[in-house]
Write a protein that binds this ligand. Sequence first.
Ligand code: FE2
Length: 198
Amino acid sequence: MFPTLVWKIQLKAEVHEAIDAKIFAALAAMRRNAPGLAPGQGWQSNQTLHELEEFRDLISCINNAAKSVLKFLRVGYDAFEITGCWANVLAKGAAHKPHSHPNNFLSGVYYLRTHPGTDTINFHDPRNQTGIIRPPVVELTAENTDQVVVTVKNGTLLIFPSYLQHSVDANTSGEERISISFNIMFSSFTEKLSKPLW
Ligand SMILES: [Fe+2]
C-alpha cells in the first residue's frame, strides 16, 4: 500500500569509467584554487553542472533513467528538465543531515567515488505519523524500520521522490566521498499539471 520507491541503477564499468574521467577533470579544474578539505569539511560545486559539456554523458543517462521512472509511474507529462546538478565532496568525518528537495518531482545521486566506510545513503520514513508511537521492536524488519540504508558503489545512480528525506552518515574512510546530485521537475508544471483542483 502506498509504496515509496527508490530506483538503483548500476552503470557498466566501461560506461561509468568514461563518464567519471571527464567529470573528474572538470571537478579538478573547479577545485584548483579551493583549499584542501580538513576533516569534517565538505565542498559543493555550483548547481549548474548539467550545463557543462563534461557532464553530457551522465546527463544523458539521468534523462533516460528519469524517462523510465516516469513511464513506470504512469505519469503523464509534456517534458521534464534537470533543475539543478551539483557535486558533493565529503572529507573524513563529514556528513549530510536529513533533508529533501522541495519543488521538484524526482531527485537523485550519481556516485563517483565511494569507499568502505562511506558507501551508504539513508532514506527516512516519509510517514511522519509513524514516529508518534514507536515501541521497541524485538527484530528490525522492512515493515517496522524508520530508516533504510542503501549501499552504493562507484557508478551507482539512484533516483527517488524529491519529498523523501535522506541523509549521509559521517565519512569514516580516509578518502573523499564524491557524488553528483540532481533534481528533476516538469518543465511546464504550473501551466499544465498544477492547475487548481476546484
Ligand atoms: Fe539530497
